[in-house]
Design a protein around this ligand. Sequence first.
Ligand code: GLC
Length: 616
Amino acid sequence: MNKKMHSAHKGFDARLEKHYDELKWLYYELYGEDPEAFAYFCDMLRRADAQRSGSLKKWDEKRLQDEGWYKRNDLLGMVMYVDCFAGSLKGVMDHLDYIRECNVNYLHLMPILKSPEGRSDGGYAVSDFAEVDPRFGSMDDLRLLAERCHEAGIAVCLDFVMNHTSENHEWAVKARQGDREAQERYFFFDDWTIPREFEKTVPQVFPQTAPGNFSWCAEAGKVVMTTFYPYQWDLNYHNPTVLNDMTANMLNLCNNGVDIIRLDAVPYIWKTLGSTCRNLPEVHTLVRIMRMASEIVCPSVLLLGEVVMEPKEVVPYFGTLEKPECHMLYNVTTMASIWHTVATRDVRLLKHQLGTVFALPGEYTFLNYLRCHDDIGWGLDYEYLKQFGVREAEHKKYLNDYLKGAWPGSGARGELYNDDPRLKDARLCGTTASLCGIEAAEYEGDAEKLRWAVALDEMLHVLLFTMSGVPVLYSGDEIGQLNDYTYHEDRNKREDSRYLHRGAFSWKDASKRKDRKSRQGQIYQSLQEMERIRRETAVFESDADTWIIETFNDRVLGIGRFRQGQKLIALFNFGDAPETAWIEEEGDYKDLHSGKRMPAFHVPLQSHGYVWLLQE
Ligand code: GLC
């Protein structure tokens, strides 16, 4: 063994040793004392380490010298469908210059692994975790793209769909043919007795598009658990083989250059009868094991948890300082609260929500976003809203009515998602621009309305940039891309209204991005400007103190940031008319956007106006 190899290997051994006792303890906690299974797990880690390339190991070392890299104010994310953006992985490679031009250094590619067309849930039903779907390219393409991204300073994020496999995954195929060992990787039942018991306590994810949590598998003559779509078979993590093999699958993605692993639908991965099968304590044990596995094999990799749950369920996925779980989590309640504020013009809930987030330990890193590939679910703090006489079911109906443009005066253009009249719990789809009213204003040729809608779109992005954490743009939002109605004609998509905001990226629209007179150019240029200010002003670093500033005006949101002598006051007017932020803050301030000096005293704001006032 040459010296270099020896030192890399030592790194692995040292990291394994550091975590060994805890790993073994947790593994035994889940699976009982099973030295053979645990030894297999450790060998699997060693094999993964042996497969990690020298250049990725160097990348690990580089990242480890700068562990806080993902908390910097220069980080900007973008999430995209490879096919919508540029057809294939090679296409993305060809357009890396555009991605760089957007200041993006964190690129989340939506699922690209092998998945049966028409029964894929947008790639979330994986039939081979080690192969890229030929529609997008190959594993070699992914590796090459990751290399190019790294050269350009871009981190790559990929989904790891760990709750289920496609019904066409080789394990599922074998299970269908009656293979016992394969069936034990899933939840199979001889009849509906136990599934019916489960249904008493387990809520439904897709009550309209895929009701129930189980499906009949005719080939096996058995019932199989399918929390999401019937073709997405839930993996049984009660079986250590599943954890062993799935961890190997995750590490293999990391060894192909992926920097950030999005743990898809992670709250669902452990099931017990009589529970909701969500956020069970064992889920946290599993995530902690995955965290240690990645720290041992590929220490620069980050875990992003997809926990679309109420705040008290989200925060535990950070783990503790000594035993961390995810590096990053979605700021989901803030996202939903922002759209509530758009529809009500009342900032009180958002103030309350942000106040809660600001009070959390500064080490917690949130991924902030306005829109992603999924619907907006109305998981708001109804306990808080109750004091204003707001009732949950009525309120959800109002928000949906407003955002689909069915409310007088609303220019929003969304569509409902999983509207189940029994549950009165419909969610909502649509792009940021269409929800802000841009689509309707352009359709009506109403210049005044368009100005107002574009201003709203810009203001929401500036709010995103004001928060600590990683802002992630949804591809197309940088040019105000509108809804795509063509999915209604596609038989593989028409049942799923999330495709409304998953349209092909419009390169024609993008070509207008330098033209300030166009909607595309105006949004693009404003974002560019605010992104530049954000990364050049240290007060936007994630370790700043943040607080809510009382504006004595329920239409105006005020946020304060303070870091090393720099103080920022950010104000946002959600109202339809000019408003005043009745603040009386001492000192001299400069509006970072216009460069003008002004006092932070009774600040006037246009409808959808915002300011970033900096005191130095
Ligand atoms: C996650 C994804 C969603 C998908 C589901 C099932 O919630 O974001 O798009 O439908 O998992 O995999």
